[in-house]
Write a protein that binds this ligand. Structure first.
Ligand code: ATP
Ligand code: MG
Length: 403
């Protein structure tokens, strides 16, 4: 800590008074200069009770130390976004010397989009502050992802500053997010491959075997004459049960197979999935689909199909719904699938499509699938009022739809 020492005032002899006053004036001038240039943090005055320390803007000094040791960027700005104060961390984030940062406009570190976001953030930022994520333009031409938290300062300003800002470097968080996304995508791919393999095994082995047994059970029933009464009835019942089992295995295999889309087309598959759900659960499904004039890309069709399956699985498992509505529409250059239920609903903030979700992977997988084909997924849910899953995927330029 730099200090300036001042002598205590004692009663000097008249002859020395002028010299003493001159010396004190020069001391005072030196103190003011040192304070102005930031060379000193405290003044020590020798008094009768020993030296007394007066810190200069003591609280501000403590905050300055604190802010300099932060691992976030900290700024204070004027209303026109001139940077009055920046810490070293911010200078490192934008790869610019601190002296070039202070006094310059904060806008130079933002893209046009970032500036617009900041403007609207400042409009709605209330006393409790707000946050946005932007890319900062660094001095070397690179970009640093950052989360800006804004705190409007008092109306009169703080040393002229009206905006306080903390900027968190999101580079690491973005990389982790990217890795997590790649991992989730891989999980979805592996899941799809595994489903295909199981479907093939079911079809090639179990279904074939069941068909053979079914055929033999029919032959057995035919061989038994009406005189064999109970045995014949038992054989007929066995045949019936085997028929139902074969149908069920075929249904499971069809649901697992992405190839089913190729054979039946998207709308037929959505219909079969909805009808199957209604039969199995007793919950009626109202289905409304536009007829797409051009075929969607295979991965978009598969995404819509899997999202419907997963959403209906959730309705069955969690919703206790009485009605379900499924709508496939075209909204401009997007195909949109909306699945509605009137069940118990849930709090999406606790399961925000898997981002911070507890437990299940269903919503996370749905969001991931939608993102992978360039779309997005929204979950709206209100307790006791039901849930809506909306997925929007961009159409290829040549695809149009009619009602
Ligand atoms: N339609 C719905 N109605 C009511 N609650 C729902 C509905 N869909 C999802 N939820 C709630 O959201 C949670 C997360 O759903 P998600 O599909 O991600 O996981 P899960 O269904 O629990 O498990 P998984 O899908 O991995 O088998 C569910 O546990 C449930 O509490
Ligand atoms: Mg689920």
């Amino acid at each position: 800590m730099k200090t300036i020492r001042h002598k205590s005032s004692s009663r000097p002899a008249p002859s020395r008074e002028l010299a003493e006053l001159r010396a004190r004036l020069s001391d005072a001038e030196e103190t003011v200069r040192a304070i102005r240039t930031g060379e000193v943090d405290a003044v020590v005055v020798a008094g009768k009770q020993g030296p007394q320390v007066f810190t200069l803007q003591g609280a501000e000094h403590v905050y300055r130390v604190l802010i300099e040791s932060m691992s976030e960027g900290a700024l204070t700005l004027t209303a026109d976004k001139t940077i009055l104060y920046a810490n070293q961390c911010f200078a490192r984030m934008v790869k610019c010397p601190l002296e070039q940062v202070m006094g310059s406009s904060f806008r130079r570190f933002l893209s046009a989009e970032g500036r617009t976001m900041l403007r609207s953030l400042l409009k709605r930022a209330d006393r409790f502050g707000s946050k946005i994520q932007v890319l900062l333009n660094a001095g070397d031409g690179s970009h640093t992802p950052a989360q800006i938290s804004i705190r409007p300062l008092t109306k009169s300003g703080f040393n002229g500053a009206t905006i306080g800002m903390v900027l968190a470097d999101m580079t690491e968080a973005r990389q982790t997010e990217k890795k997590l996304r790649a991992l989730t995508h891989r999980v979805v791919q592996v899941q799809e491959a595994e489903r295909g393999r199981v479907a093939l095994e079911l079809h090639d082995n179990i279904t074939q075997l069941l068909c053979a047994v079914l055929f033999r059970s029919q032959a057995l029933a035919d061989k038994l004459s009406p005189r064999d009464g109970p045995a014949r009835r038992e054989a007929m019942r066995l045949h019936e049960m085997l028929g139902k089992t074969a149908e069920e295995v075929e249904r499971i295999s069809r649901n697992l197979r992405p190839g089913v889309l190729e054979q039946m087309g998207l709308i037929a598959v959505l219909r079969a999935t909805s009808t199957g759900f209604a039969h199995r659960t007793g919950v009626p499904v109202k289905l409304a689909c536009v007829q797409l004039t051009a075929r969607l890309p295979a991965d978009t069709e598969l995404t819509l199909y899997r999202i419907l399956q997963e959403a209906l699985k959730n309705v069955e498992k969690h919703a206790r719904a009485r009605h379900v509505t499924v709508r496939l529409t075209q909204q401009g250059a997007f195909v949109q699938l909306v699945i509605n239920d009137d069940g118990i609903g849930f709090d999406p903030d606790h399961h925000p499509a898997g981002r911070r979700g507890k437990g299940g992977l269903g919503l996370l997988g749905m969001r991931e699938r939608a993102t992978y084909v360039g779309g997005n997924l929204k979950v709206k849910s209100v307790r006791r009022a039901g849930t809506e899953i909306e997925v929007r995927i961009p159409l290829p330029p040549n695809a149009t739809a009619t009602n």
